[in-house]
Each structure stands twice: as structure tokens, then as C-alpha cells.
Design a protein around this ligand. Structure first.
Ligand SMILES: [Zn+2]
Length: 673
């Protein structure tokens, strides 16, 4: 075993909460977090006790250890909050996540620590080390470390309030799943396997046959795409978009007010200005300028797409005057079937979950020249599969796939760090928490192509955490880029899904074993490229909403009016009264004003992808260069520099604009977020 492996694995003791029984017991979880926070405090105490002239070796190393313990505790409490089977553990995990956030906030306002870091002599330090220290000091100043003690205490209490509100907001969405009832007739249009999973039962009171559907993705998305019944789609839409309503309405208003107060104390006009100050975007004004370009680039195409779909729908349903927000996905699907001879259900039998998983792993392995081996390492639930990442025989990382819905589990799709990697010290580990079809005995888990794209997306994050997790410091490892660079690696990997050769390497019919036919792929790509501009405008809607809510005085905000007016100004589809999408717009907690990240990073990702040789996506030199200059860097340098290193210039809109007008869209955008 090479020395690195020994070093990386020898410190793995106690770093998994679930190995301490924390997935089953609230007490075990609390004790495990206690131990991490104690180690965090001990490292800070040692840092402040250093008497010699400060160097990276005698001071930054201790600060970095403090960060590592905090991120271990935060990451794993966060995961257990999303996945633990028992409510008691999830409740405890929420408390622990809050406790960790408070420790992070206290650290960000800790003047003696700031002074210690500012005193480090960086002569002869590597550029990455220098960047780490400079970025950390900037973060301290933005947090308010140079304010007087009373103000810092007030900031700490505001941070505490904001953290608590954000966690409550997320939990309400996670646990707000609703069910609706349907008659068997209303399920017309839905796929066979969907019907098989949802048998009708006799209602004892009325004697009528009834089907129960949940608002979970595998139940909800097919209804919005395939169900012929407008009444059913509307009921599903309203249930889905009121999951956390009314509870989250006041929570969101309080959160916005708290964030604005923090921004004011720190001398910023708005929260959006504060939240962008250390990002690639730098200010709310720059975000607005970017959004104006996005508006310009997508307006004409979206108008054309809407017109085509509306004309088609009118031919099918004479008398129809407009298409509403609950029917957009359905009519898109019908239009694609007709115009491109493509039925999105026709590809599902070629995408059974297991084949897709194998295909995504194989694609990533070949692109990044690594090997994945199943591992028997423990995880938080028997449904989780664990893999280890090997590079030239060396253990380089580990990841956890928790891919199907479970009761009480978070309903969304995400990649989360587990252990922040540090070269020679900590093995990078990350997890995917998803809600794809399948996972039940006998259910092949037939995926829509938008599901497969999502899988590639999340796996892009995973590889960023692992390949970027070999840095010298935890503070610049993996995801530690500017927040508005983080969706570049994920959206980059999405593009690989469009490649015919690559798809045929894994897409096989779950019953016959037949390879996904080329003609079907071509039809799928053509159909998929229709609606891109319109989809981008729904992103523009979410993005502008996220910015607007955080770029004004929050007193007197009318959430219903803002979400409706904005929708009507940016979207041609009819708004539905009773839509409370803001109450379940989960990204408002994590991204706050910075949801623009997706669109901004899409522009960068498409420019990056255009550097790859379409004839040899997995073997061309761009792959190795991308890995080295972007992924492996983690947060070792500013995103702006990584863009210039890889492209030899700043990003341009041209690849994005031609992608937008190539006639593409993903049905994943049907309900947004
Ligand atoms: Zn993402």
C-alpha cells in the first residue's frame, strides 16, 4: 500500500457519524457531534497558544484542522437530517446542524483567530496557501470581525436566527409531502409501470375506486408530463406547490428580514450585495446585468416555442385560448410526440436504474481515468451502496449512493460532502441523495431521460468533491470554490449524456437487452432541443425571484404578489391562483440571492464543453486538461483564474446562445427549481 493510502486511511477513525450509531440514535449523534466540536475547539486553542512567529505549518495547519472537524460535523449532521429513517434522529440532526452553524458563525467573528491568521508570514508560501489565507481573511471581514464586541454579539444572534429559520424552512419542505386522490380514469396517459405501482383501492365510505398519489418526484413528475386529465394535473400541481404552506410563508419573511439586518449592519445596501461580494459575480448590479443578457438571449426563442406549442394544443383542443402553468409540461410532451415523432416514454425501458448507474460510473471512470470498486464500508442505511475510487491502484476517495425515495427522506436530488479531503490526511468522501425510480424488489426503476441527465449532473458534483479533494488544506478542498462556480462541473457532465456512442454503451432494454436504437436517440435529441429557450426563461424566473427577494427592503413584501407578477412578466403560461411555490423553493435557503449560479455556470459549462472533441469525448486531451486545471484545483484559486486557465480567455456567451437556439429543452424544467 503506498504511503499516501496509509496516511489517508489511518486517520479515518471516528470520522463517520453512522459508525458511532448516529443514524439510529439521537444520543449517539449528539455525542459524535460533541466530539467533533471539542476537537474543533482544541485546535483553535492550540492555534491561539502558538508563541513562535506564525507560519502556515505552525498556525494555518491548526486552523485547517479546526475547519475539518467543523465540516465533518456539519456535513454528516446535514446528511442525517436528510436521510435518517427515524424522526427523532432527524430532529436531533437539525439541532446539531444548527449547533455546527453557530460554531461556524462564532469562528467567523472570532477576532483573536482573525489576528492570528493575519499574522501568518506567507513568504515562500504556495499560491494555493496564499489564496486560502487571503480568501479566509476576506470572509472574516465580510462577516464583521472588525466590529466592536457588542455588534459582533448581535451579529452572532442574527446568524443564529437565520440558521434556525433556514433549517425549519427546509425541514417543512422535506416533511410536507402531500397525497392526492384520483379516479382510475384520471390516470389515462400515464405509463403502464406507473399504473402497476398505483393500483386502485375501494374507498370504504363511497364504494368507489380510488388511487392515492404522493407529491414525491417519482409520483408527481409523470402526472405533470403524461396525465391527460387537466383536473388531475391541477390538483397535483397545487398539492406540490403548497407542500410547506402556510408554515413557510412567515418563516421566509422572517428570514429575509434577518438577512437584510445583517447586511445593513455590515454596511451593505442589500443582502444580495453582501452575498455576492466574495463571489465571481461581485455585486447585485453585476447579477442584474447578467440577467439582462440572459433575457435578451432567450426572449425570441421562447416566444417561438410557446407559439408553436399553443398552436398545436389549439388544434388538439379547439376552444383552448391559453396554456396554464399546470399544463405546460403535458403539452410540451404531446407536441414533441407529434412534431418529432418522439414519445419520451419510449426511451424509459432503455433506462432501468441499474444500467444507468453502471453507465454513469463507467463514463466518469473513462473520462477521469479512475476506477470504481464496490466497497463494504458502512453507511447510514442498507439501501445505500458504497464505492471506492482508485487511481493507478491508489485509494483516492469514497462515495455513497442513496438513490431512491424512502419515507421521511429528503425529496430532492443533491450531492453532499461527507469528509473534506486533504492530501495525505483525509480521504475525500461524498454522497448522492436522490429520489430516482426503483429501489423496490421487482421494480426495474425505468427512468425518464431528464432523470438520467440529473444523475450525470449530481455525479459531476461528486467527482468535483473527490478529485478536488486532494488539496493541501481542507479550506480549499473540493467544493470550496466561490459558490457561484459550484454548478460548473455538474452542468459540464450533463452534456455528456447527449452523446450517442456513450449512451449506447449502457442504455439497454430492461426486458430484451436491446441497445437504445440510433433513430430513437436522434429523435430524443431533436425533441429534447425544442424548448430550451423557454426552459431558460423559467430559470430566469427563479433567478430573478431569488435576487428580488434579497435586493430590497423586506418590510411589507407581498410574496404572493411578487411571485405572480414576476411570473407574468417573464412567462407566457397562465399563472394559477393558489400557487405558493415560494414556500417550497428550497434553494432560497442555500443559495439565498444567488440562484443565478445555475444560469451563470451553464454559460461557463457550455463554453468548457465546446472545448471537447465531439468525436472522442472521453479520450480527447480536453478531458485531462479540464480535470487538471479545474476539478483538481478544488478551491485553490479563484474561479475566474480557472476559467482563464482552461479556456485561455474569459467565458463567452456564444456556445450558450447556440445551445439555446439548437431547439432543446429538458422536461425537468416543467415544475422548475
Ligand atoms: Zn447541482
Amino acid at each position: 500500500m503506498p504511503a499516501d493510502t496509509v496516511a489517508a486511511t489511518s486517520v479515518t477513525k471516528d470520522i463517520h457519524a453512522w459508525e458511532a450509531g448516529a443514524a439510529e440514535s439521537a444520543e449517539a449523534l449528539a455525542a459524535w457531534v460533541d466530539a467533533r466540536l471539542a476537537a474543533h475547539e482544541a485546535a483553535l486553542t492550540a492555534l491561539l497558544a502558538v508563541e513562535e512567529p506564525r507560519t502556515p505549518a505552525n498556525s494555518l495547519r491548526l486552523y485547517d484542522a479546526a475547519i475539518e472537524h467543523l465540516s465533518l460535523a456539519g456535513a454528516q449532521a446535514g446528511i442525517l437530517n436528510s436521510v435518517a429513517a427515524g424522526k427523532a434522529v432527524r430532529d436531533q440532526a437539525q439541532l446539531e446542524a444548527q449547533r455546527v452553524a453557530m460554531a461556524a458563525s462564532a469562528l467567523s467573528l472570532n477576532r483573536p483567530v482573525y489576528d492570528a491568521l493575519a499574522a501568518i508570514n506567507l513568504d515562500g508560501a504556495s499560491p494555493a496557501t496564499r489564496h486560502f489565507v487571503e480568501r479566509t481573511l476576506l470572509g472574516y471581514r465580510l462577516a464583521g470581525v472588525d466590529k466592536d464586541e457588542a455588534t459582533r454579539e448581535h451579529l452572532q444572534s442574527l446568524n443564529e436566527k437565520a440558521t434556525r429559520l433556514a433549517l425549519e424552512f427546509s425541514r417543512n419542505i422535506q416533511e410536507g409531502a402531500k397525497t392526492i386522490e384520483a379516479t382510475p380514469g384520471e390516470l389515462a396517459g400515464l405509463p403502464e409501470d406507473y399504473l402497476a405501482r398505483h393500483p386502485a383501492k375501494k374507498d370504504e365510505a363511497t364504494g368507489q375506486q380510488r388511487v392515492t398519489l404522493t407529491t414525491d418526484q417519482p409520483d408527481m413528475q409523470p402526472v405533470m408530463t403524461f396525465a391527460a386529465s387537466a383536473a388531475l394535473r391541477e390538483r397535483m400541481f397545487l398539492a406540490y406547490n403548497t407542500r410547506a404552506y402556510p408554515a413557510n410563508k412567515q418563516i421566509l419573511l422572517d428570514l429575509l428580514a434577518t438577512r437584510q439586518e445583517v447586511a445593513s449592519i455590515l454596511g451593505f445596501r442589500s443582502w444580495a450585495d453582501l452575498a455576492t461580494a466574495d463571489q465571481m459575480m461581485e455585486s447585485a448590479a453585476n447579477v442584474r446585468a447578467f440577467l439582462a443578457k440572459l433575457d435578451e438571449a432567450s426572449r425570441q426563442g421562447a416566444r417561438r416555442e410557446h407559439q408553436q406549442v399553443l398552436e398545436f394544443a389549439r388544434r388538439r383542443q379547439p376552444g383552448l385560448t391559453a396554456i396554464d402553468i399546470t399544463s405546460r409540461g403535458y403539452w410540451y410532451e404531446q407536441f414533441r410526440r407529434d412534431a418529432f415523432d418522439f414519445d419520451s416514454q419510449s426511451v424509459r425501458p432503455y433506462f432501468p436504474y441499474d444500467k444507468v448507474e453502471a453507465g454513469v460510473l463507467d463514463t466518469a471512470a473513462r473520462l477521469f481515468k479512475v476506477e470504481f470498486r464496490p466497497s463494504s464500508a458502512p453507511a447510514w442505511h442498507p439501501a445505500v451502496s458504497v464505492y471506492e475510487v482508485f487511481e493507478e491502484g491508489r485509494l483516492a476517495g469514497r462515495f455513497y449512493l442513496d438513490m431512491h425515495p424512502r419515507e421521511g427522506k429528503d425529496k430532492w436530488f443533491s450531492a453532499a460532502p461527507v469528509t473534506t479531503g486533504v492530501r495525505g490526511r483525509y480521504l475525500p468522501e461524498a454522497a448522492l441523495i436522490c429520489n430516482f425510480p426503483g429501489g423496490e424488489p421487482g421494480d426495474p426503476g425505468l427512468m425518464q431521460y431528464s432523470d438520467v441527465v440529473t444523475f450525470f449532473h449530481e455525479f459531476g458534483h461528486l467527482m468535483h468533491a473527490i478529485l478536488g479533494g486532494q488539496t493541501e488544506w481542507a479550506g480549499i478542498s473540493g467544493f470550496a470554490t466561490e459558490g457561484d462556480f459550484i454548478e460548473v462541473p455538474s452542468q459540464m457532465l450533463e452534456e455528456f449524456f447527449r452523446d450517442e456512442k456513450l449512451l449506447q454503451a449502457f442504455a439497454r432494454h430492461y426486458q430484451t437487452g436491446e441497445t437504445l436504437p440510433s433513430a430513437l436517440i436522434r429523435a430524443m435529441k431533436k425533441a429534447g432541443s425544442f424548448g430550451r429557450a423557454d426552459w431558460m426563461r423559467s430559470q430566469l424566473y427563479y433567478t430573478t425571484l431569488s435576487l428580488d427577494l434579497h435586493d430590497r427592503e423586506p418590510g411589507g413584501i407581498d410574496l404572493d404578489a411578487i411571485t405572480r407578477q414576476l411570473y407574468q412578466s417573464l412567462q407566457p403560461w397562465t399563472w394559477l391562483e393558489g400557487n405558493r411555490m415560494y414556500a417550497s423553493f428550497g434553494h432560497l435557503t442555500g443559495y439565498s440571492s444567488n440562484y443565478y449560479t445555475y444560469a451563470f455556470d451553464k454559460v461557463i459549462a457550455l463554453d468548457f464543453f465546446a472545448q471537447f472533441d465531439p468525436a472522442d469525448l472521453l479520450g480527447c486531451e480536453a478531458g485531462a486538461r479540464y480535470r487538471k486545471m479545474v476539478l483538481e484545483q478544488g478551491g485553490s484559486k479563484p474561479g475566474r483564474e480557472m476559467v482563464r486557465d482552461f479556456l485561455g480567455r474569459d467565458e463567452e456567451f456564444s456556445a450558450f446562445t447556440s445551445w439555446l437556439n439548437e431547439e432543446f429543452a429538458s422536461t425537468a424544467g416543467a415544475l422548475g427549481q
